[in-house]
Ligand binder design. Sequence first.
Ligand code: ZN
Length: 358
Amino acid sequence: MVFLQGCEIDIEPTSISGPTAITLRPNKFTDVTMNEYIYSDTGGVGVLNFVYTENDLPQVSNEELPNVEIRFRIEPADGIENDPANNVLSNGYAYSAKVNGTLTSPIPRPVGRLSNYVVRLEKDQRIVSVGYTASDVSGIYRVIGEAYYKGSFVTAKTSMVYVKIPDLREFDRKGYDSYKKMLWNFVGQTEFHISNNYVQSNKVGYALSDIAIYIIGAYAKNHNGDSNFIVRMTDASLPWGGMFWIGYTSSKDLIIYDRVDGYGNPYTITYDAYVHKRVYAPPHRTHRDGRNVDISSYSDDGSGNKDTSKYLSFDDIQEAVSNYNKIPHMEVWSVIEEADHYHLTCNIASNYYYPYEY
Ligand SMILES: [Zn+2]
């Protein structure tokens, strides 16, 4: 029995075909993410039950069930019109990589893996339980269990899997003070990701808008009182978190060895340096659970461009972080220097990828 907006509703199971949906967290695998690990808990692994009733298999008696084979597969269930995780690439065929050495387009999306792909029923067996391990890419996935009787297709059952980091929410793209002066501009939307501005719970959101003010303060103090600095943020997390693939080429080859396709067939995928855009592949390893955000080392000009006349040094941002952390007497924010930006981590949020490493 559940309560919805004051109404009391008795939920009667309308079918006994098992759960129609489960929600899991995206995993993180050593194959794509060196030095980082799959969860230590079971948040990224679940069980789906597929039930094949007498109605589903009308010609098949209980004794005949050993002649029934269930063939499972996984496919992405989100698309251009329904893309809550922002992981669907509309012109996917524009990009390719090498799958088992052969140039392939579109680049296959990791769909997770099952404990079994083919199960033969036993006498009187009408329920099949299948383990599902989420991939590192968030989104909606469909697991289909097709029943074949003596080799002929009879029926199919489907379960949905939602792969997402819980509790992410959108951070405002622009922030202003009470005098309408711009404090931050959240940039970096690309054809690969429109929604790059999700953070974990309101806690991180408030801490992020606050640290922007500290950054402006530290910049002003070290630059003759110039308080017209606009913090230029980018790439917190995707709306459902998980791997934040950004579609860049890299100066290094990337080979991912043990992916499996929707039917459980292992494959190796290779992204050549300078050639293949990293679609469904790292870098950006830490931007997965709404705790991390990149801050440009230049001010924004208010229109989404860098103002190269205003340079934020590592000392400036370290001073801002240290001043911020002094108030609660804890390391709410930490910062490291990256190529052309600073990488901020909010340590008061849940770390879904423990043990955490940069
Ligand atoms: Zn970063």
